[in-house]
Design a protein around this ligand. Structure first.
Ligand SMILES: O=C(O)CCC(=O)C(=O)O
Ligand SMILES: [Fe+2]
Length: 327
């Protein structure tokens, strides 16, 4: 259990202007990659601005979350994650425990991932965490609205992975093949105001690191996300209009032999008196992609400190653990 201690005001999470990274000028792209390099070695968290996602789409996605969670419970339970073989669908509050040993997270969620039908070879072969999404009938247009948003997240995710490659002195197409069919999950989240009767150390989302490569987080104006910085202090990651929060996951640690950080973070909706909505999208190379140490990050010994990991296997295992489904 990680016992809750209050955060300090944000001091070190930078806003990186992605604008110049869309230019044809390699030097301009490298300059943005360098900004990512610096922060990835420190907090592993940064905001992005000028990413090209229209504000209307960002607002619309938070509105989609608001509309879905406002449905009566019976309606949401028609797509209950407990009826899914791969944890997709509606997640009642308390379903997941991100900080092992703490009480369950107070958040309410709705999860989607790669939508594979029963004929897909992964599903036929029983590959963990692979299967179909459950799409609710309401709110109107839910599926197409969410899928359009995910399409944009793929564009941003691929672009960021190109910059991460550049930031490690790798060719910017280093991940292109691995990202042809990305593995992704995306979740709508609702955090009610922190209840006075919550259990000891029970908060919206318990302290955790993310499991994959990168997370593209859309948050509303309420606030509550907190990040453990390089000094081991908890700092706030307040909402900044028009931005996404990007954080690096455990796969990046393997990729960089620990040079880049996958930092702990958590959510406490304590001060607003209203619901907080967020939409994290977890973006990764394809299921069977083996993440190993990048050639430019190998230590002198030639032997990396982290074992090679299969993206999908690691993530499936973490789902089982945090949903209390581990063997
Ligand atoms: O809701 C948030 O701001 C963060 C959620 C998160 O960290 C996660 O789902 O991994
Ligand atoms: Fe997270």
């Amino acid at each position: 259990m990680i016992v809750y201690t209050p955060p300090k005001p944000a001091e070190t999470i930078p806003v990186i202007d992605l604008g110049p990274s869309f230019s044809d000028d390699m030097e301009a792209r490298k300059a943005v990659a360098w900004e990512i390099h610096k922060t990835a070695r420190d907090t592993g968290f940064f905001y992005i601005s000028n990413h090209g996602v229209p504000q209307a789409m960002m607002d619309g996605q938070l509105e989609l979350a608001r509309e879905f969670f406002a449905l009566p419970l019976v309606e949401k339970q028609k797509v209950d994650a407990k009826n899914s073989t791969c944890t997709r669908g509606y997640e009642v509050p308390g379903l997941q425990t991100l900080d092992d040993g703490s009480p369950p997270d107070l958040k309410e969620g709705f999860l989607i991932g790669c939508d594979l039908d029963d004929d897909h070879p992964y599903v036929r072969d029983g590959v963990p965490n692979c299967g179909a999404n459950q799409w609710p009938d309401q709110p109107e247009g839910f599926r197409s609205r969410y899928e359009t948003y995910v399409g944009e997240m793929f564009r941003v995710g691929r672009h960021l992975m190109g910059l991460i490659a550049l930031s490690l002195d790798l060719p910017d197409d280093y991940f292109v093949e691995a990202l042809k069919e990305p593995l992704f999950n995306s979740r709508l989240l609702r955090y009610g105001p922190q209840p006075a009767d919550a259990a000891f150390n029970q908060i919206g989302a318990g302290a955790h690191t993310d499991w994959g490569m990168i997370t593209i987080l859309l948050q509303d104006s309420v606030g509550g996300l907190e990040v453990e910085n390089a000094a081991g202090e908890w700092i706030a990651a307040p909402p900044i209009p028009g931005t996404f929060v990007i954080n690096l996951g455990e796969m990046v640690r393997v990729l960089t032999n620990g040079l880049y950080h996958a930092n702990m973070h958590r959510v406490l909706n304590n001060h607003s008196g209203r619901d907080r909505f967020s939409v994290p999208t977890f973006f990764d190379p394809n299921y069977f992609y083996k993440v190993g140490c990048a050639p430019t990050c190998l230590p002198k010994s030639g032997k990396p400190d982290f074992e090679e990991t299969t993206v999908g296997g690691h993530i499936a295992e973490m789902y089982r653990k945090t949903y209390g489904l581990a063997a």
